[in-house]
Design a binder for this molecule. Structure first.
Ligand code: ADP
Ligand code: MG
Length: 569
């Protein structure tokens, strides 16, 4: 038997670990299952290159609750450790790692909540256990070892008679952590953190119906057998090649990710890049208009199939945080604060890559099946409009697929719109005038009046349209947006002006005087219209600049932060 003192300068590190990781005690399970997974994958690698001459087989990881004994077991069939390796990997490396970590981050990271994401690997076990045992047998032909530590820097290391390869971690759950002896709690944690880890994880057993024999008698009773209850899917869709997946596979994976989400996604984007950073994932455009779960089901971030967080702020561009799905990247630093994250070069590259992929996908959807794309427009427009305003890289590409609906339920790109109005809708300086309505019902008289004159009227009804228009105008010098009820419609030059008023000049003047007496000036102006019988004989308009001023101040003016997003629905 060996006894010894763990090599650490802090007198007792465990109270510190407990204190600093307080916000996220539950991640201990993720860390221990990750270690078990690592150990199994290492063995897989060693056998595949012929370094380990043992049978790899079909190893699994087991998580087991011993309620009476107040213990939680995590058992793997991986490479295991020799006694000497336990000394090296458990006693020394991790402790110095913990010490360094605490030194480095004890002030800055204390309140961020981020600290839990870093984890302390194996030592996070002491957040919930007052004693931890490791019983481990290496794939090398050496006796098994049994390490015990009760939370003081003292440990014991003795030989063990464990015969099978792999490692068993036994947590003696502390009095204040007995919740981790509840089946539902552990099940929930495995589902949250380990749902897509690459090695099958067994948690209990379940009954499975045996197939009915061919010669079964009439009164045959279904027979059951007890099988391992595997709680994870080791090969989630994002780890596969897009070419190997059907539309149905993508939809199924969506349901797997969000079992409570009943709407089907509109389309998906499969991310897959090796260089200059490694990232895989699948993003889904949800049906925004119908989506009440919007805030709840978020994009999930994984590292090597281990769930890390669903706070992807800074990694996914802000306008795309309304999407759903998964991204998996080992190249995102998570051990430090958000401000560091934003400054990290890789993270910025990842965010740009995602923007580009989304823009490319939208473009291909548009060019491959425009009709279908138009059908989806109402559900996606808010994300796209927001992207145009907030992400210059997206804006650059969006011209190729951004649509502007008209009051007649057709859709135009900006280029198509310009082409359409270039002869018939300009002011006296030749500037293109894009007419638009914000509300088809409230403005139907103006819309009718304008369409009667042969003008194209867009229907721009999103809450951020005032900002979008401003942006488009500042980038398209020769284009101006004018609301259909604005005052200078009459100033438009048009090619043919065939509609003639049914009123005589004299009648027109009289009418104008009467109406002008009723409406408040100078906010509104009265214009007599040259119309057919279906439309109104006169319209009352408001100067475009006055209306815009009101509208911009109503949406808060300037740009808007994420805080104002929910009211867009
Ligand atoms: P990390 O996983 O980041 O290396 P940990 O503190 O989680 O840090 O683990 C420390 C080391 O202990 C691992 O690198 C590994 O060598 C060893 N180890 C931990 N758990 C196991 C296990 N289940 N099987 C084999 N080795 C393990
Ligand atoms: Mg680890």
């Amino acid at each position: 038997m060996t006894t010894g003192k763990i090599n650490v300068s802090v007198e007792n590190i465990f109270p510190l670990i407990k204190k600093f990781l307080y916000s996220d005690h539950e991640i201990f399970l993720r860390e221990l299952v990750s270690n078990a997974t690592d150990a199994t994958l290492k063995l897989k690698h060693l056998t595949s290159i012929g370094e380990a001459s043992v049978e790899y087989g079909q190893p699994k990881i087991e998580v087991k609750i011993d309620k009476e004994g107040k213990k939680l077991h995590i058992i793997d069939e991986g490479i295991g450790m020799t006694a000497e390796e336990v000394e090296r990997y458990i006693n020394q490396v991790a402790f110095s790692g913990a010490e360094e970590f605490l030194d480095k981050y004890k002030d800055s990271a204390k309140d961020t909540g981020i600290i839990g994401h870093f984890g302390l690997g194996f030592y996070s076990a002491f957040m919930v256990a007052d004693k931890v045992e490791i019983i481990t047998k290496s794939y090398k032909d050496e006796p098994a070892a049994h390490w015990t530590c009760d939370g003081s820097p003292e440990f014991t290391l003795v030989a063990s008679d464990k015969q099978t390869r792999g490692t068993e971690i036994i947590l003696h759950i502390a009095e204040d952590s007995v919740e981790f002896l509840e089946e539902s709690k552990i099940k929930g944690l495995l589902n949250k953190y380990n749902k897509f880890m690459p090695i099958p994880i067994k948690f209990g057993t379940r009954k499975e119906a045996l197939p009915k024999p061919e010669d079964a008698p009439e009164d045959y009773q279904t027979e059951y057998q007890e099988v391992d209850n595997i709680v994870n899917n080791p090969t989630p869709a994002w780890t596969k090649q897009p070419a190997d997946l059907t539309d149905e596979d993508y939809k199924n994976f969506y349901r797997e990710l969000y079992p409570m989400q009943f709407d089907e996604p509109l389309f998906n984007i499969h991310l897959n890049v090796d260089y200059p950073f490694n990232l895989t994932g699948i993003l889904y455009f949800p049906k925004l208009a119908a989506d009440l779960q919007i805030q709840k089901d978020k994009i999930q971030l994984y590292q090597n199939q281990v769930f890390v967080t669903d706070n992807v702020e800074g990694i996914v561009p802000e306008f795309l945080t309304m999407l759903k799905g998964v991204i998996d990247s080992p190249d995102i630093p998570l051990n430090v604060s958000r401000s560091y994250l934003q400054a990290d070069g890789n993270v910025k590259k990842i965010s740009n890559y995602i923007t580009r992929k989304v823009a490319d996908k939208l473009k291909s959807l548009f060019t491959e099946n425009r009709e279908d794309f138009e059908k989806k427009w109402n559900d996606i427009k808010i994300v796209l409009e927001y992207g145009m305003l907030s992400e210059p890289k997206f804006y650059e590409k969006a011209g190729a697929f951004m649509l502007y609906p008209t009051v007649n339920d057709t859709f135009l790109t900006l280029d198509e719109l310009k082409e359409k109005i270039k002869d018939a809708q300009t002011d006296k300086d030749g500037k293109l005038i894009a007419l638009y309505a914000a509300n088809k019902d409230a403005q139907h008289q103006y819309i009718e009046a304008a369409t009667a004159k042969g003008y194209e009227v867009l229907l721009l009804d999103s809450p951020i349209v005032a900002h979008l228009i401003q942006k488009l105008e500042s980038d398209n010098e020769n284009l101006s947006f004018v609301r259909v009820d604005a005052d200078h419609i009459d100033n438009l030059i048009k090619k043919d002006d065939t509609v003639i008023s049914k009123l005589s000049d004299e009648q027109q003047e009289k009418l104008k005087t009467v109406v002008e007496e009723i409406v408040p000036k100078p906010t509104y102006t009265v214009q007599l219209e040259a119309m057919d019988s279906s439309a109104a004989p006169f319209i009352i308009t408001q100067p475009e600049f006055m209306r815009r001023m009101k509208e911009m101040s109503a949406t808060g003016g300037g740009m808007f932060g994420m805080g104002s997003m929910p009211e867009m629905y």
